[in-house]
Design a protein around this ligand. Structure first.
Ligand code: NCD
Length: 320
């Protein structure tokens, strides 16, 4: 049932799900559900963001996140410009601050930013006035990925509260894991974490609703959802596990391990996948996999974020 509330994301910088309330998360998920219908239309266009300009500013590689933000903006009639570090004045040594100021001078309404430094998006909010959406800052946060994971889980399970989710793999370097943990706890999901000891963050501690396991099997047991993470070799300064083969054997999601979860367990992976390492191909493309749904839902969730931050959305209606 729809009810009115004072929840609004208008003008809000999207830095991490730690700054979201459960009501705000629900508002994004409900708006994304409406937006998803547009993606299936023959003519994918809404006038919502006509006259608004959006820049994607990516200092790290991306396929899904950048493309889905770009398409989200275009489906909503915004003017979207993409900047990557390799093809801009960043290669000439221009600082992040100057790049941001340049974009602000050009009248940009929102900057969607990915950077290898934790806190880069927050820094941007201190320097310029356009809405800043964090599309990944180092190992800190990736809020739109956390939201699309919640959306995908709700789509398949019909609810969020009370579910058991296992997050397995390279937790230490994963901004997806951090955004998942924040978002899932706010929505009443029980989170079970497991991975090699060297890939579990040192500060990670059990607290109500968060459980840390030594063995992947213990995290997966009776899980409703398993979110598999990629080994982020690019963020490791030295070898943190013996070999990829060894990792696959002890921590990879295979058929035997999958059998420990609930029969209708949902498999998530943010992509890109290292198939045969953290996940076997038969599971990645198997019946329980929602990995393709995640990609499509990513466009819908990003359409919702752009609409809500740049226009405030439709009368701030949210679902109870
Ligand atoms: C993730 C990222 O960049 O943090 N990917 C994504 O956004 N789809 C996870 C990853 O790179 O492993």
């Amino acid at each position: 049932m729809l009810s009115r509330n004072n929840v609004s994301l208008r003008g809000k910088n999207i830095l991490g799900l730690e700054y979201f309330s459960a009501e705000e998360i629900n508002l994004v998920l409900d708006t994304a559900k409406e937006m998803k219908n547009i993606i299936h239309r023959d003519i994918k266009k809404l006038p919502t963001l006509r006259g608004k300009s959006v820049v994607t500013l990516f200092y790290e590689p991306s396929t899904r996140t950048r493309t889905s933000f770009e398409l989200a903006g275009k489906y909503l009639s915004a003017d979207v410009v993409n900047i990557t570090s390799s093809t801009s004045s960043i290669v000439k040594g221009e600082s992040l601050r100057d790049t941001l100021l340049t974009l602000e001078d050009m009248g940009v309404d929102a900057i969607i930013m990915r950077h290898s430094a934790e806190g880069a998006a927050e820094y941007a909010t201190k320097v310029v006035s356009p809405v800043i959406i964090n599309a990944g800052d180092g190992a800190h946060a990736h809020p739109s990925q956390g939201l699309l994971n919640l959306f995908t889980i709700r789509q398949h399970k019909g609810k969020l509260a009370g579910l058991k989710v296992a997050i397995i793999g390279d937790i230490a370097h994963s901004r997806v894991a951090r955004s998942d943990i924040w978002g899932m706890r706010k929505m009443g999901i029980e989170v079970h974490l497991a991975g090699p000891k060297t890939l579990l963050p040192r500060f990670l501690q059990e607290e109500p609703g968060i459980f840390v396991h030594d063995r992947v099997e213990d995290a997966i047991k009776d899980a409703d959802v398993i979110n598999v993470l990629r080994i982020q070799l690019e963020r490791m300064k030295s070898g943190l596990f013996p070999s990829l083969r060894e990792y696959a054997r002890i921590f990879g999601l295979n058929k035997q391990r999958l059998a420990l979860a609930k029969k209708d367990v949902l498999i998530l992976h943010p992509g890109p996948m290292n198939k045969g390492v953290e996940i076997s191909p038969e599971i990645a493309y198997g019946l329980n996999s929602a990995i393709q749904d995640q990609v499509q839902n990513g466009v819908a969730v990003r359409m919702a974020l752009l609409t809500l931050t740049l226009t405030g959305g439709k009368n701030n209606e949210i679902t109870d």
